[in-house]
Design a protein around this ligand. Structure first.
Ligand code: 13P
Length: 345
């Protein structure tokens, strides 16, 4: 498939796949950022959300470690503190690519009543919205599908996997037609006590379905980014923070089996792992691959939300005179992630 946007899409992908860099996911919906703010006792009002995001985007040398930032719609149009420019312009001046969350949350019920499985909302008017976001300066987009593991109930169900893979493919196609590189994010959330073997089987199954549907929709795999979960034990499993070797080994195995070489970059979500675990494990994946004398066919790096912001949020704690300390904490984490993405941590 060729669109009039192929050159723009290619240029965006080249930036997002730059070695040693990753994406900052700062696209928490108003509800989700509210939860993060609650943990540090900060009121969830527009002024605080803008202040927090501007603090991150203006951190010294952020552009050394961050290639792109995913924004929530409110932030795409928000003005800086002094009112002279938009936050989007601040990013563009630093050669950081602005992106936009275009989904409207995992709210459409799928499968049996009561199992809580969902498909993601946001398909209505998506083409027009993408075109408007492109005009406002966004060059990539994100759509998050949510799948849950429940071994007793045999979840995720085949229906949920199929529905979410279809939506991701349809969204990706619409983005490419409108000049936005689609970040395809099938997140298998870590809730549950399942072990890492279960996570491996489910992740493999989900990614296989996702690529089946991307191919059916004729999505150009060279002009997209995959944002998967790492293959981890459930967060309620006692091995959850421990077994780095298995996490790295299984994640490499699944990605090498499922993700075509045409895809330029795989950028992980952190999914509630600690900041340390998220960078340690990424580092280990690279070390293992190097030890086997092979190279990954794609860039393997990060698109973290919590694993880039947790320490910085604590350092800020809603006191704006702490902004400098928060920026230092953020850059320290970004630097670790950058080294990890090269296997040099
Ligand atoms: P976390 O890294 O906090 O999981 O967030 C990444 C993200 O964008 C989830 O959609």
């Amino acid at each position: 498939m060729m669109t009039g946007f192929d050159d723009a899409l290619r240029a965006t992908c080249a930036k997002l796949a730059e070695p040693g860099k990753g994406i900052l996911a700062a696209d928490e919906s108003t509800g989700t950022i509210g939860k993060r703010f609650q943990s540090i006792g900060v009121e969830n009002v527009e002024a605080n959300r803008r202040f927090w995001r501007e603090t991150l985007f203006t951190a010294k040398e952020v552009e050394k470690y961050i290639s792109g930032v995913i924004l929530f719609e409110e932030t795409l149009y928000a003005k800086s503190e002094d009112g002279t420019e938009t936050l989007t312009e601040i990013l563009r001046k630093k050669d950081i690519v602005p992106g936009i969350k275009v989904d409207k949350g995992a709210t459409i019920p799928v499968g049996k009543d009561g199992d809580g499985e969902t498909d993601t909302d946001g398909m209505d008017g998506l083409g027009e919205r993408c075109a408007a976001f492109y005009k406002a300066g966004a060059r990539f987009a994100k759509w998050r599908a949510v799948l849950k593991i429940d071994v007793e109930k045999a979840l995720p169900s085949a229906d949920a996997v199929e529905a979410n893979a279809k939506s991701l493919a349809k969204y990706a196609k619409i983005c490419q037609e409108n000049g936005l590189v689609p970040i395809v994010e099938p997140e298998i959330v870590p809730d549950g006590k399942h072990d890492v073997e279960v996570s491996k089987t489910v992740t493999k199954n989900v990614l296989t379905k996702v690529f089946e549907h991307l191919n059916k929709e004729n999505v150009n795999l060279e002009l997209m980014v995959l944002k998967p979960n790492m293959v981890t034990p459930g967060s309620g499993n006692e091995e959850s923070e421990k077994d780095d070797l298995k996490v790295a080994e299984y994640t490499n195995e699944v990605l090498l089996a499922c993700v075509p070489e045409a895809v330029p970059a795989i950028l992980f979500l952190s999914g509630g792992q600690s900041e340390d675990a998220a960078s340690r494990r990424l580092n280990l994946m690279h070390k293992m691959q190097k030890e086997s004398d092979k190279t990954f066919p794609w860039t393997l790096s990060y698109s973290y939300g919590r694993a880039l912001q947790a320490s910085a949020l604590k350092a800020w704690s809603g006191d704006n005179s702490n902004a400098g300390k928060a920026q230092e904490a953020f850059i320290e984490k970004a630097k670790s992630c950058s080294l990890a993405s090269l296997g040099e941590l």
